[in-house]
Design a protein around this ligand. Sequence first.
Ligand code: GLN
Length: 398
Amino acid sequence: MTASAPLAARGISDRVSRFTESVIREMTRLAMEHNAINLAQGFPDFPAPDFIKEAAIRAIRGDVNQYAVTWGDPELRQAIAAKYQRWYGLDLDPNRHVTVCCGATEAMISVLMAVLNPGDETVIFEPFYENYGPDTILSGAVPRFVPLRFSSSGWHFDRAELAAAFNSRTRAIIINSPNNPTGKVFSRGELECIRDLCLQWDCLAITDEIYEHILYEGRRHIPLAGLEGMAERTITISGISKTFSVTGWRIGWALAPERLAGGIRKVHDFLTVGAPAPLQLAAAQAMNQGDEYCRGLAGEYAARRDRLVPQLQACGLACAPPEGAYYVMADVAPFLPRHGANGDEFARWLVREIGIATVPGASFYQSPEKGQFQIRFCYPKTASTLDAAALRLANLRP
Ligand code: GLN
């Protein structure tokens, strides 16, 4: 097609035509349309803590209105480095390793575009957070999926199957622990197995740790970058969205070895110039003061989990209690075909007829049929929202 073809005849790029619209955001739109309780898109319906809001107000009143340094306000980069030292004993140089981005989402695409070449492969556990597939495609690389399988003891991968996914084209593995959508927390043994494969195949680990403070039953977060041999080959992504209940502020970061950080900063610069300046300052102050708050987070989310998960199980939606994060994948097979031919139709029925929005499991799989009997619920919601959802669920029978 030539550049002079009529506008209407010109289509979207081949690249973009290879992926679909985000189902998570579509379900939020459907929730609003049907006045349903939104247990689809994972964001809190309760306020952010006062100390972070006050810090943002101070920054705006203080006229922090112009671009921050592209790769992050120095105060925030310093606060991030200090936090990783305090919590995990990791040594980061704010000037060499830290890039502040517009949320972990932008950090992930910036990282992938900075490190992947066309034809490179990434290894991704499936089900996966829906961005990783399109992100890899936008970077010109080829994703290889390794299944996480559900059993009554949780979600597990087969080590031989994981090993078989690596080859000489593998450039990186993408890990998300605590995991969206399964609630899995990768054990130290599992992380060591991943580390050994990264060393064997000389590839990178890109680890999305956005739920790092939401782990249950006393589990402690283990950053992959802290495992022996991994500091030089791990890019750690996280942010304040989930920890401080400010998903709309769009403040996240990528922590990378110096040889990679320069590339990540270039992509980030040309994509967005920088993250919101006053909110970066607020993030810095929150991180400096927020340790006690962070320590309390898991207990609050455990209470929310324990409000929702038994209700799901009671109405016949089998699921494993999450070990971390704030999502649970439930098996809808007993409700089919009465309420739809698959999870996608069931989720659309559920939002329309019962008034609860969820995300069809298929959107977390490369081949939709693999997730056709699942839907994902999220629970970063107040007790009254979860109780209202429980009342609606009481009408549900297989
Ligand atoms: N991480 C959240 C989820 O999985 C929000 C995703 C989004 O809409 N950016 O629901």
